[in-house]
Design a protein around this ligand. Structure first.
Ligand code: SF4
Ligand code: FE
Length: 487
């Protein structure tokens, strides 16, 4: 089955075996119908539905470089620099439509990074990881999987290597090697879309040394494999999802779509040989981590820009509802928001256009520009949010709840005093304010702000890469040549 619809994707999630999920103190038996989880599933569903939408299908689908079949771009190995740019454009569209994190990119980025790394490991060690991984990709394409690219370990004491930790489980590692596979134990933190995935593609989280061999493991397991427990992340304002009123889910701000992050614990999980793509080749961890990080840093030049478009739209709308859309300082602030947002997009497009073919045959972004892209993403969304909050006025955090707006006794009072520009319904104004709260303080702010800061690596991780890739020696030569200073 290729190219699932959103409904077929949800059906396929139901067909998984039971998952062990803890959320808000409860063991969740039916994740699909839980209001908090459902909103995040709705976001992933968009990545399937838009593939069938004539307006977007050219962007959402492409031809597999392995089989030639038409597949969803989220399962694709990038085949050109245009492909890399189309990825960013697709992510922008999805950010615009969902207003949040749609979760499926991490797996796409992991597929591409593991593809190029397994090829290079095989070249050096005459292993057969790459062919195994091609078979895995064929399955991913055929089943149209959502894959959780599973990288970030909890890390324990940051001053110590994985093999030096008091508790070895703070990094995923191999506890037993058998003829037919390995057993792994440990955890992965901040896992985007973990519960909404069919598969976890597990990768090491940092460069490893020889003594960390047991931690140099890359492998795949189904989401419902025996031994996994999911601890669902608590996020700001998440209880608003449970707060149905007659006025609907107004207080959610974004009633339909949400993101998802989990702590995943692997408690002696068996992985058969055909699903192992690195097993002890510690010198290749840095190649895998850096290429995955670069792909995901590129991704942020698409998804965050799409959500940024929603912030710009919310700014223009609330200005209108407040009757201040003509004020020159408001127009100037909105122009600044657009300038910052399009700068991020330029970075996403630039690192894609400057990409190159890898020895394995897929395309990788320009590493320096991808890191510049993400470094800007750690800053500009905060300024865009600040400008939106400035334009909105303080009501987005002081507004009475939807319950007051549903209660006939209080509704008319709220409507009388929270009225805005003539002809604008108070309810519409409140809805827009709640969306602004959601984007800049609430649940979507996790995806738009905190994730912009820490997702795909915290700011310092990019600065290390920028420093390493900036070729200062060549630049020194330029300056010395012009100044006529001889070495
Ligand atoms: Fe995709 Fe952006 Fe979410 Fe990462 S943060 S999974 S790139 S939407
Ligand atoms: Fe992310």
């Amino acid at each position: 089955m290729v190219l699932k619809t959103g409904a077929e994707y949800i059906e396929s999630l139901k067909k998984r075996g039971p998952l062990r999920i803890y959320l808000l103190g409860e063991k969740i038996e039916n994740p699909i119908e839980h209001p908090i989880i459902r909103a995040s599933i709705n976001s992933v569903s968009l990545t399937y539905d838009l593939a069938h939408n004539p307006e977007y299908s050219a962007l959402m689908t492409t031809k597999s470089i392995i089989t030639g079949n038409t597949i969803n771009r989220f399962c694709h190995l990038h085949n050109s620099t245009e492909d890399l740019q189309d990825k960013v454009k697709m992510q922008r569209v999805l950010g615009q439509v969902s207003g949040t994190c749609f979760q499926r990119c991490v797996g796409m980025d992991a597929l591409n990074a593991v593809f190029l790394t397994t090829y290079e490991i095989d070249q050096k060690f005459k292993t057969d990881y790459h062919q195994r991984f091609i078979e895995y990709i064929k399955l991913a394409e055929a089943e149209d999987w959502t894959i959780d690219g599973c990288m970030t370990d909890p890390k324990g004491d940051r001053s110590k290597r994985p093999s030096e930790q008091k508790d070895p489980d703070v990094f995923v590692h191999v506890t037993e090697r058998r003829d037919d596979g390995v057993v792994i134990r440990g955890a992965k933190a901040h896992q985007t879309g973990a519960v909404n995935s069919h598969e976890h593609l597990i990768m090491p989280t940092l460069a490893m040394r020889n003594e960390d061999k047991d931690y140099a493991i890359c492998c795949a397991v189904p989401a419902d494999v025996k031994g996994i427990t999911y601890y669902y992340g608590r996020q700001s304002c998440d209880l608003r999802r449970l707060d149905e009123t007659e006025a609907g889910n107004v207080d959610c701000g974004n009633p339909v779509y949400g993101g998802q992050e989990c702590l995943i614990v692997f408690d002696d999980v068996f992985v058969p040989n055909e699903r192992i793509f690195m097993n002890g080749e510690s010198e290749f961890c840095s190649r895998l981590v850096e290429s995955f990080a670069a792909y995901h840093r590129q991704s942020y030049g698409g998804c965050k820009v799409g959500v940024g478009d929603v912030l710009v739209g919310a700014a223009a709308s609330i200005a209108e509802y407040n009757g201040v859309e003509g004020a020159s300082h408001i127009r100037d602030k909105i122009t600044e928001m657009v300038h910052l947002n399009e700068t991020l997009y330029s970075c996403g497009i630039a690192c894609s256009a400057a990409g190159h073919k890898t020895p394995a045959g897929n395309y990788l972004v320009d590493l320096l520009l991808a890191n510049i892209c993400k470094q800007n993403v750690t800053r500009f969304p905060y300024e865009i949010s600040r400008l939106l909050q400035d334009i909105a006025g303080g009501l987005f955090v002081t507004c009475p709840s939807a319950r007051e707006l549903s209660n006939p006794e209080t509704r008319s009072i709220i409507e009388k005093y929270l009225v805005g520009a003539e002809g604008v319904s108070t309810m519409d104004r409140v809805k827009m304010l709640r969306l602004i709260e959601n984007l800049t303080l609430g649940r979507a702010a996790v995806g738009y702000l905190t994730e912009s800061m820490h997702g795909a690596g915290s700011p310092q991780a990019q600065r290390i890469m920028i420093n390493r890739l900036s070729d200062l020696e060549a630049k020194k030569k330029l300056a010395k040549s012009l100044a006529q200073v001889s070495d």
